[in-house]
Design a protein around this ligand. Sequence first.
Ligand code: SF4
Length: 405
Amino acid sequence: MSKVIRFADRRVRIEDDSFTLVRDAGAPIAPEGDILVPLSDWLERRDALLNRAGKVGLWVSPSEDPKQLSGVLDGLDAIAIEFPKFTDGRGYSIGTLLRKRYGWKGELRAFGDVLRDQLFYMARAGFDSFAVPETRDAVATAEGLNDFSAFYQDAVADIALPAHRRRELAAREAKITRTLRQLKEIAARHPGAALATSLSAEDMVVTDLIARNELPIHIFTLDTGRLHEETVGMIGEIQNRYGLAIEVMKPVQASVDAHVGTHGAHAFYDSLELRKECCGIRKVEPLNRALTGRSAWLTGMRRDQAVTRGQLAEEERDTDRGMAKFNPIADWSWEDVLAYAARYDVPLNPLHARGYPSIGCEPCTRAVRPGEDPRAGRWWWEQRDSKECGLHVSNPPPPILVAAE
Ligand code: SF4
């Protein structure tokens, strides 16, 4: 029998799944037993369905217009949203809509290609039940909800946490304390220090630490002109969440036009040299401009993000730019980042939930499968050891065709 993971009151339960999915509209329905029916059945046969013995839920395909759900939810025991493949993010939007706009308080279930690494994001979107395909281990899948246990720190003591989890939580707490102390020291030692945020989860964590503690650290981002709209949307999320208007650095348009005019809009696929030239124009030069006159900058880089970052120090010298460089969460794991985000309700780029652990420009980033190298989706056509954009290596910027204003 299939299993369902339930997440409520900080507790995770794994049960046999009582619901049967009635996939086809108009199919014969047994007189008893718990069922999930298509929306059209619910709209056309509601009374008959409610007179059966057993629970009635609705299953919704992400291709259906969620507006149809408005005003038709009374009487339902559950709503199940299908995730046909892990990169399909539409289910998150439908879940959020149901919870926030339509006020759905009942069971909100995810089913389909439900993976361990997605449970965190699904729970944040309001899902509280997860159908696990028979081919997957329900206990291993449920581990994806572990990070939420740190969110309710005041209640950790009343949860029967195993010793290794208690040690893990204590270690995370120590990392947060140490990182905050380091950020305060940087702000004191380097007035005008700036965080370069890529608007990824890591940089959102550092942004949250800076914003909530009102540290005098400047924050800017590089809008290359080729970012996903979800990434650009994070600039507004930061404004909404923290009342902070971060600085947005753009490339010199004449340099972009010259590069595109000579090599085309997708030259980065043609050679490493052209890819680095594009990164130089769209990222490195604006970064250099943003850092001019500063004595230090910060990043949200972590050691386990990439083979190229395995030796990353928390403090280093950026010799190219003649300034100090800090990577205050260098030793954080991805789980540390997610646990922090859950605990402090940090806004996250929705692309993370769609299989993008590392997010760059839209044409140069693809989703990765769980377990795949986190940077495998960046410049995926290149060798692993060349996957840096020039922001974090000694790499002179290209000539500026038009002086920045
Ligand atoms: S990541 Fe791709 S599009 Fe973005 S600047 Fe680099 S080469 Fe250009």
